[in-house]
Design a protein around this ligand. Sequence first.
Ligand code: SF4
Length: 135
Amino acid sequence: MLGRSLKLRQVSAGGCNGCEADVNVLGTVVFDLGRFGIQFVASPRHADGILVTGPVTANMREALRRTYDAIPEPRIAIAVGACAISGGPYAGCAETHDGAGSTVPIDLFVPGCPPHPFTILEALIGLLGRKAPPP
Ligand code: SF4
């Protein structure tokens, strides 16, 4: 479905910014996400899928849903970090929705609090059906 490239729109749906930081470093020379054909794009209309971090706060739920809906089908959704998987340390909080699965259908879960950047990289490469390089 994805061929040899993957364009993702990232949505920070709350959280502590730890997962966002580890996603951001994937663009540095150490990880160089682009060499695998994987890129983050500015518009969901240019994306194959969405990468969500954070537990989905009440303020971000509608934005997350709209961003997902703006991605052309077929599309995928990836939950990165304990917050996006199940709410993490915010689980049960009245102002959050216990993870991205509450709002969009999730195809890939990447565990950790936060996940190591190599964990995220390996998951994305695995999604494309390739083998991750050794760290
Ligand atoms: S999973 Fe952990 S590191 Fe990531 S946003 Fe939640 S609390 Fe922060």
